[in-house]
Design a protein around this ligand. Structure first.
Ligand SMILES: [Zn+2]
Length: 166
């Protein structure tokens, strides 16, 4: 009994990776859910929850959007077009995850929006520093989770990894 209690205490003391990725609707492509889980595990704390809406009726010019609801709860919405490529979806998803990472790290705050503690006047989308950062995240995460595993798989760089296929 005592041994059991010790084991139980040890189990409770071990920090677990318990970020929550909650798919709001069925039919999320596996590659998207897998990327969400892996990026969250590597870059976000265990108290972060992301609600993922993979097919939202957003404005046709908008590929995705990220909201923070309260504390460390985020909603990521991706748009749905009939002719959307998986590549654009993944680049968008990684961009939105960049916003979550910047929010988690305290660089980006919502309502009001501030970046590194500063407010900005309304400005063009691509000039907004948090969008510049999210685009950088998208490129870096794409390399880390898509390109690098493929190069490893092909033996061009050492060690094999999972493959994302388009
Ligand atoms: Zn953005």
């Amino acid at each position: 009994m005592r041994a059991l209690l010790v084991i139980l205490a040890l189990l409770l003391a071990v920090p677990t990776n318990s970020q929550h990725i909650i798919n709001m609707y069925d039919g999320v492509p596996y590659v998207e859910y897998d990327l969400l889980q892996r990026v969250a595990k590597d870059y976000l704390g265990p108290d972060v929850t992301i609600y993922y809406i993979h097919a939202s009726p957003l404005h046709p010019m908008v590929n995705g959007i990220t909201h923070r609801t309260h504390h460390r709860n985020y909603i990521i919405q991706l748009n749905y077009h009939q002719d959307q490529s998986e590549l654009v979806r993944i680049e968008t998803l990684l961009h939105e995850l960049g916003h979550v990472i910047d929010g988690y790290q305290g660089r980006l705050t919502y309502n009001p929006i501030t970046w590194d503690g500063q407010s900005y006047p309304p400005m063009e989308w691509k000039a907004r520093p948090w969008e510049v950062s999210a685009n950088e995240w998208s490129r870096c995460l794409f390399y880390e989770y898509v390109i690098e595993p493929e190069l490893k798989r092909q033996g061009l760089i050492p060690t094999a990894g999972p493959r994302v296929k388009f």
